[in-house]
Every structure is written in C-alpha cells, then in structure tokens.
Design a binder for this molecule. Sequence first.
Ligand code: NAD
Ligand code: UDP
Length: 333
Amino acid sequence: MKVLITGGLGYIGSHTVVELSNNGFECIIIDNLSNSSIDVLGEIEKLCKKKIEFWSTDLRNKDELAQIFDTHKFHAVVHFAGLKSPGESVLEPLKYFDQNLGTTINLLKEMQRKNVKKLVFSSSATVYGDLTWPPVHEGAPTSILNPYGRTKLMIEEMLQDLSKSDSEWCIAILRYFNPIGAHPSGTIGEKPNGVPNNLMPYITQVASGEREHLNILGDDYSTHDGTGVRDYIHVMDLANGHLKALNYLNNHLGNHLFNLGTGRGYSVLDLVKTFEEVNSIKIPYQVMKRRPGDIAVSFADSSKAEKELGWKAERGLREMCKDSWRWEKNSSK
Ligand code: NAD
Ligand code: UDP
C-alpha cells in the first residue's frame, strides 16, 4: 500500500519511513529540505534495503502537489512537514500560519480531490498548555502558549470539521510528548540547525565538545529537584505509533486523538545524570533563569493509545540516552 509521507526526511518522519517500509508499506516522501538533508534519503534506503521515491517539493507548491497526487494512488498520508520552533513562532507568527496551516490546507484539498481520506497528523502535547496537572489525557482542556501551538490546535480543529462534513475521512491525530533518541544503527537522528532549542540535542552537543556547557533553564519549579519534568519518548517507539495508527484507520472512520508518551516524567537533571552514567561522559552545566512559556511538568496518560491502537512505548531513558549519543558521534564526525 502506497503512503505519502510529508516531511519524511526530517527527524520523526525518517524513522517512521523506515518503520512503515519495513512493515510492508510503500513510502513516497515529499520534503522541501528546509530542515533536513538529502543524505538522509540514502541512509533510509540502506535501513529499508530498497529505493524510496522522493519529491523535493514544498507543500506550498500546489501544482507540484497535484502532480504527485496524479502520479500515485495513495492509501493514506502521514503528515509531518511543518515548522516546529515555539520561540521562532512568537517572533514570526505569519511564517507559522503560512507554513503550517497553509500547507496543510493545500494537502487536504489534494487528498479530497483524489479521494484519499486516511490521514495521520503530527500534533503535539503543547496543545495542552498549562491548564492541566499531569498525567494529561486526551479529554483534558487545551490552551495555547505560542503561535506554533495555535497552528497545531487549529489544524486539529480543521480536521474535526472535515470529518464532520464527510464521514468517509479516517483521521488519527497524534499528540507527541518529547521525542528523543535515534535509530540504533546511529545512521539517522535529529539534526537541528544552529543552536538547539531542545534539551537532548543540546546535551549531545555538549558531550561532543561543540558547546561548552548546558544551560539548565530554571531550578525553582515545584518538581523533585526543581528542574522541569517532561515525558521523553524514544523516536523508534513514536515511529511504531504511526504504524499502529495507520493500521487502526483501516477500520475506524472519523477523527481520533491519541497521546503518544511513556506516561513517565523525568527532570532535566534526571536526563543529564542518566546520559552521564550510560555514556560515561560528564555534562558540565550552569543554572539559568526559566525560559518564558515553559511549564513545570508534562507527562502523558497514554492509556487510550494502548487500549485502542495496541501501542505502548517500550524503550526506557537509558536506551534513549545511548542512542542519542551514538547518533551524535556518528553524525558529527
Ligand atoms: P523536522 O523539522 O525534523 O521534520 C520536518 C520536515 O518537514 C523537515 O525535513 C522539513 O524539511 C520538512 N518541511 C518543512 N516545511 C515543509 C514544507 N512546506 N514542504 C515540504 N517539506 C517541509 O521535525 P520533526 O521533529 O520530525 O517533527 C515532525 C512533526 O512533528 C512536525 O509537524 C512537528 O511540529 C511535530 N512535532 C515534533 C516534536 C518534536 O519535538 N520533534 C514534538 C511534537 C510535534
Ligand atoms: N531545557 C533546558 N536547557 C535547554 C533546553 C531545555 O534546561 O537548553 C529544559 C526546558 O526548560 C524543559 C526541558 O528541558 O524543562 C525540555 O525542554 P525541550 O525544549 O526539550 O522540550 P519542551 O519544553 O518543548 O517540552
């Protein structure tokens, strides 16, 4: 079965292409390479042991998008492409509305035109904002902390309207918690442009000597050690969640929301200590003030995904730290 993967050369997309391809799906990738490299394609192909069709296309280019949908009859679409920096979205909201909302509307119109009505969409735990004390379940109220989060929630709402308007749509909205880790081969992983915003890529760059020390952004939260707590999930587990979601859509109409997290929260210091221990590397750090908009604690109630998708995260923090470091060592050579 042919599946179109938008943003398939990016961090989560590349791992998902490998997972889907190794489970019998034929993946066709669209990516404009704005946050990825063409080299990733070769690595994916090695891991899948086959050629993968790639279109270097921007989702804003309606004509090219139409050409792709005219070339293939897709069973489903997995939609990763988009911009993902909350901080940047505060400074450049229009860019986020254009590149996250505009592109998704183009994609949905093409899907409707060609009667492709199965979609897995990458949403984020950011839509829960700061209203709910964890574990957060899918029915928890949402709140928006920045334009990036607003684009995710607006797309979720668009998808709800779409499936209300036409009962043939089968949509899985996956709210990811904090993906880290990399493929155990060490050949694909996360490659941020410039200074990383996220904690794990910052830690690995300190470990490789590219950065001097980690800045811990606040140690006065009401958590067990004062640093922020998050639900870190191995990207391989996340990729498997997409396989489960695609299979689920074969016999579930309508719109379905799932949290993808481990259900366990770890602090910044927990992560630093685990990384140091499993990789035998010291991570020097200094404590700075809190980052505006950060919440103290976030972790998932993923029982719905376990019950309905038959999905559960299997990999622990130690494995995430080992795999992240293996990838950093290989990719910074
Ligand atoms: P990523 O930046 O690594 O991957 C996104 C890919 O989409 C990149 O390869 C980029 O080149 C491509 N892209 C961007 N805009 C495009 C466009 N207009 N047309 C075609 N391709 C385009 O990001 P990721 O971490 O793999 O995240 C994938 C999705 O998951 C995003 O939608 C993101 O918002 C969401 N998400 C990510 C996280 C996270 O922490 N990584 C957490 C929650 C949700
Ligand atoms: N964090 C940190 N230093 C950094 C980046 C992040 O201390 O350089 C903290 C941040 O305050 C939060 C946790 O690490 O408590 C996870 O941050 P990340 O940006 O990775 O995820 P998010 O906050 O978006 O869930």
